[in-house]
Structures are given as structure tokens and as C-alpha cells.
Design a protein around this ligand. Structure first.
Ligand code: HAM
Length: 429
């Protein structure tokens, strides 16, 4: 027999772990809802061409990390490595039915063939937010503060925001010319990886982790010095606004991001509480992506947060789930029918109910209710069932007399009254 295991770099998320995931997702979705950001869901599988054109063939993501295969119709397909290119495609494709300005979010699995380690997987999850069609500085600030506030709301500590500007297309062309000249002269002082990047993706050399190369780069021309007046003005104003809003940040002129579509603002949020994979959130402006992919000129900005890393850092208080409100103990052929009827009826209330499915002895069922710390139990044996009634009582309650009630199965009013007085105290129904 085969012993199947999951693929390297993928994980099973089990029910106990998912309590925290669900609580984190709930807080995030609430923040987005309150900020008028609407959900979009795009396919996990896309044409390979989309990512090659959208993200850039020279990037690590496209050249080394994609899960790409031919489907049975010989079409090259790729499991999405990120969400921005797919959103851009969806905007272009559904152009007539979508509005020119859209604030969108998505959450789901992404796939990159990377070396797995703590906080880095081959199948991982992102929350992405894209403000499509927005050009103003306000959108840059709103997107950065939204990312920041979500992380703060989840109690993530030691947050650091790093920002940079990549200028517009023309700024980068004139910079790249000078930078390439400099690279030719200094080629031999760079590490091998960086040397390989000179032809493919020279800007990426700027965010090398190699200490020696970093030192050499200190003398390289800076993109900042090639910004047009307009680009510079834009960047300086963004810094000013962040200061006014009391969002602490540091400038990192080497922050170029790993995807080719960025223009102007680029940013990352890291946490000192994470190990080597410290980047929780990455984002920036991509004013040319949609037009380059065949759409109309659509300036846009967005970010994505890695959910695995977020879950690692968010507080233990989010691991708690709601307790069981009612455990339905039942034994006997007639009792079980009544119990099933009750279980259905109780789904109408904001209560967590569990119907015992075992048919075990009453004492075993009581033990199970006890183990679950159920707030109350319903007990139905055949005696009760013959009379079409059941007993409901608060579990582990000293004052049993007062809290116990025998209720006829038809008597919804009496049941509701009991639930209201004992379990639904602070809820409207
Ligand atoms: P990214 O920087 O490639 O940006 O990814 C964003 C975040 O996803 C990272 O900061 C990290 O938290 C998480 N992440 C990336 N790769 C992995 C991995 N292998 N395992 C675990 N987590 C990972 C983007 O993907 C852009 N689409 C963001 C964006 C949206 N820019 C504009 N709009």
C-alpha cells in the first residue's frame, strides 16, 4: 500500500489551527468591508502568458518559481503565483461590466516553487488589495494605511514600514542606462547571482542580500537622482502625508520589489518578531500594467499580505473558538427522531448546537457534553419521546431546579423563552 504524503511546501490546515485562521480572516474582512473594499474572486489557474507578460519574464517568480504545465488541450497553464496580474486581466476582460474605479480584495492560495522554510511555502495564502483606476496621492496613502491598520488591528508587534519610489517609465529608462554603465565597470566586484542579473533584471541587483555586493552598491548611481520633478514631488508629498498621519516609515532606496510591474511608490512592511522571512506585506503602484496588457490607461496601486506569516504573529487570543451552547443527549429509536427534529429547529438561533450521533449510553453522552464544556444539555430518552417532550437544562449548574425545564416539542414559545433567558441573553433574535 502506498503511504501518501502531501507535497513538499504544502500543508494541511487542521480544524484546531483553522480557528485562528478564521478569526484572523474575520477581522481582515471586517476592516475591508468598513473601508468599502469589495471582494473579487479570480481563477487559481490562468494562461501562463498572463504571468509572463504581467509579472515579467526576467523575474525570479516567472523564470524559476512557477507551477506550469500543459493541460490536455496542450495549453500552457500556470497556478497563480500572485493575484495582481489576474485582477488586471479580469478588469480588462470584464471592462464593460466593471466600473472605472474599483477597490478590490481577494484572499486565497498562491503557488511558488521556492525552497520551503518557516514562513515560506510552495502553496501559501495571500490577502491582496488592489485600488484599480486610482491615480491620486490619496490612494497611495489610503492603501498604505489600510495595510498598516490591518496588521495593527491583529496585534502584530514591531512593525516597520519601508518605502521607496521607482519613478515612472522614463525615469527608470534613464536610470537603467547609467546603472548598466556602472555595472559593466564594477561587474567583477559583484556576487555571481547579481552578475547573472545584469542582462535579465538589473534593478533587482539593488535588493541583493549579499553583504559584499551591498557594500559595492553603495557607490552606484541612485534611481532617486534620476526622478523627474513630477515624480520627486509625488514622492516627497507622500512622505509628508505619512508623517502627518503618524505612520512611522524608513526610506530604503534599494527596495525594488520582485515583480516588474511597479512604478512610483513601492513599500514593504516587515516585523522584527518574524525570523528571516520577515516581510509580511509588499505592495506598490502599477500604473502601466493594465495598459501594457491591452487595457486602457488605468493607474493602480495595491498590496498583498502573506497569511501564513500573519497567523504566526497574531495573538493567542485568536485561537479561541465559541463554546458549545447545547449538547443534545438522545437514546432510543423514538428519542433520536425527536432529537433530529430539535437539532434542525435549533439551527434557527445563533447558538452552537451538537447532536450526539453515537447512540452510546446516557452516561457516555453526558461525559462528552462535559468534555465539550457545553453550556446546556437537552436530554431525550424514549420516555420523553413518547410524551413528545424533552428536558433542557443548564449543564454543570448548581441551581438545576430553576434552570431545568420540560418542554413539549411543539411549544416553540416556551423553548424560545428558555433560550432567551439562559443562552441568548445578549443577542437579538
Ligand atoms: P509579493 O511581495 O511577491 O507581492 O508577496 C506579498 C507577500 O506574500 C510577501 O510579503 C509574503 O508575506 C507573502 N509570500 C510571498 N511568497 C511567499 C511564500 N513562498 N510563502 C509564504 N508567503 C509568501 C505580490 O505578490 C504582489 N502581488 C503584491 C501586490 C499587490 N502589489 C500590488 N498589488
Amino acid at each position: 500500500m502506498n503511504n501518501f504524503t502531501n507535497l513538499r511546501g504544502t500543508v494541511d490546515l487542521l480544524p484546531d489551527q483553522l480557528i485562528k485562521w478564521q478569526n484572523v480572516e474575520k477581522i481582515i474582512i471586517e476592516q475591508l468591508f468598513r473601508s468599502s473594499v469589495k471582494e473579487i474572486r479570480t481563477p487559481i489557474l490562468e494562461m501562463t502568458e498572463l504571468f509572463m507578460r504581467g509579472i515579467g519574464e526576467g523575474t525570479d517568480v516567472v523564470s524559476k518559481e512557477m507551477y506550469t504545465f500543459l493541460d490536455r488541450g496542450e495549453r500552457s497553464c500556470t497556478l497563480r503565483p500572485e493575484g495582481t496580474a489576474s485582477v488586471a486581466r479580469a478588469i480588462i476582460q470584464n471592462g464593460k461590466s466593471t466600473k472605472p474605479f474599483q477597490k478590490l480584495w481577494y484572499m486565497g492560495p498562491m503557488f511558488r516553487y521556492e525552497r520551503p522554510q518557516a514562513g515560506r511555502q510552495r502553496q501559501f495564502h495571500q490577502l491582496g488589495v488592489e485600488f484599480v483606476g486610482y491615480e491620486s496621492l490619496r490612494s497611495d496613502i489610503e492603501i498604505i494605511t489600510l495595510a498598516w491598520d490591518i496588521l495593527e488591528k491583529l496585534g502584530i508587534e514591531e512593525l516597520n514600514l519601508e518605502i521607496n519610489t521607482l519613478g515612472d517609465h522614463d525615469d527608470r529608462v534613464s536610470y537603467q542606462k547609467e546603472f548598466l554603465k556602472w555595472l559593466e565597470v564594477n561587474k567583477n566586484s559583484l556576487d555571481l547571482d547579481s552578475q547573472k542579473r545584469i542582462d535579465k533584471n538589473p534593478l533587482r541587483i539593488l535588493d541583493t542580500k549579499n553583504v559584499q555586493t551591498k557594500k559595492v552598491l553603495e557607490n552606484a548611481p541612485r534611481l532617486f537622482d534620476f526622478l523627474s520633478e513630477k515624480s520627486l514631488e509625488r514622492y516627497l508629498t507622500i512622505k509628508e502625508k505619512l508623517k502627518l498621519l503618524k505612520i512611522p516609515f524608513i526610506e530604503n532606496f534599494n527596495l525594488v520589489r520582485g515583480l516588474d510591474y511597479y512604478t512610483h511608490t513601492a513599500f514593504e512592511i516587515t516585523s522584527g518578531a518574524l525570523g528571516s522571512q520577515a516581510t509580511l506585506c509588499g505592495g506598490g503602484r502599477y500604473d502601466n500594467l493594465i495598459s501594457q496588457m491591452g487595457g486602457t490607461e488605468t493607474p493602480s496601486i495595491g498590496f498583498a499580505i502573506g497569511l501564513e506569516r500573519l497567523i504566526l504573529l497574531s495573538g493567542n487570543d485568536l485561537e479561541k473558538s465559541r463554546d458549545t451552547d447545547i449538547y443534545i443527549v438522545n437514546k432510543g429509536v423514538h428519542a433520536e427522531t425527536l432529537a433530529m427534529e430539535l437539532s434542525r429547529k435549533l439551527r434557527n438561533y445563533d447558538l452552537i448546537t451538537e447532536l450526539d450521533l453515537s447512540g452510546a449510553s446516557f452516561s457516555k453522552q453526558f461525559k462528552k457534553a462535559n468534555k465539550l464544556k457545553s453550556k446546556s444539555i437537552i436530554v431525550i430518552g424514549d420516555n420523553e419521546a413518547f410524551k413528545n417532550e424533552f428536558v433542557i437544562r443548564l449543564f454543570n449548574n448548581e441551581n438545576l431546579e430553576k434552570k431545568e425545564e420540560t418542554i413539549s416539542i411543539q411549544d416553540n414559545i416556551k423553548l424560545e423563552k428558555w433560550l432567551k433567558n439562559n443562552l441568548l441573553l445578549d443577542k437579538n433574535f
